[in-house]
Ligand binder design. Structure first.
Ligand SMILES: C[S@@+](CC[C@H](N)C(=O)[O-])C[C@H]1O[C@@H](n2cnc3c(N)ncnc32)[C@H](O)[C@@H]1O
Length: 223
């Protein structure tokens, strides 16, 4: 499918799919959305943990992984990151993304590129605090259990891939989380909330990233 690099309203880049009229991030601001949904309402809940494991559903441009890497270094918190992606973005496209500059960490650009150049299915140790395993896999094939503290659920929208916002997938997410684990997503549609609830999550609605009204957070809370 055709992909175009675009600049979102906060100045950070994203990728747009013209055939679907869908983007990898919010057009209101890719970095702004990543920080609000995944860092503020996800990672920040684990400030007191020395080490955590995160899985991202849809590694895409690697923006969420990169921001998490910067946070891990800043917080001196050990983060083991697993990024699932079936359709990797090409290195040529990755080189056009301005995240290191926009995040005012230009010297980290080389690490952003290295992360993308690293081998699939093998852990890449990016820093003293951050390692990432990229898995080239369909979400539908995930069978991991009790492994993650936090899931960044960042699939394309319900409008274009409704099958990924279903009970079948959320049950896999629930199984992949450790007890007390958290799933965060930018979406807030009622049918998604219900699919999460039916999969076992305790679900709450939170204020969305700028330009979006609400988002969802689910907790695995088994006795
Ligand atoms: C919204 S984008 C992810 C954006 C990403 N988190 C980022 O920061 O750039 C959704 C991603 O899911 C991937 N994808 C779509 N369907 C998939 C599937 N069934 N299995 C695995 N990956 C899939 C796409 O290739 C795309 O990279």
């Amino acid at each position: 499918m055709k992909r175009e690099i675009i600049i979102t309203n906060d100045g950070s880049a994203s990728i747009h799919l013209p055939e679907w009229n869908e983007s990898y991030h919010s057009k209101h601001g890719a970095i702004q959305e990543a920080k609000h949904v995944f860092i503020k309402n996800g990672l920040d809940l684990f400030q007191n943990e020395e080490a955590i494991a995160i899985m991202e559903i849809g590694l895409g441009t690697g923006l969420n992984a990169f921001i998490t890497l910067l946070e891990a270094n800043k917080r001196q918190q050990h983060i083991h990151y697993t990024g699932i992606e079936a359709y990797p973005v090409s290195l040529d496209e990755i080189e056009q993304l301005n995240y290191a500059m926009q995040l005012e960490e230009p010297e980290m650009q080389h690490l952003f590129l290295k992360m993308h150049q690293s081998q699939w299915e093998k852990p890449f140790i990016a820093s003293d605090y951050f390692s990432i395993t990229k898995r080239k896999q369909f979400f539908e094939e995930i069978t991991l259990e009790n492994q993650f503290d936090l899931i960044y659920f960042d699939a394309f929208g319900f409008r274009v891939q409704p099958e990924l916002w279903s009970e079948i997938i959320f049950k896999k997410m629930f199984a992949a989380l450790k007890n007390k684990g958290i799933l965060v997503t930018y979406a807030c549609r009622t049918s998604i909330k219900n699919a999460m609830k039916d999969s076992g999550f305790e679900v709450e609605k939170l204020p969305g990233a700028p330009g979006k009204r609400e988002m969802l957070r689910g907790k695995k809370n088994i006795l």
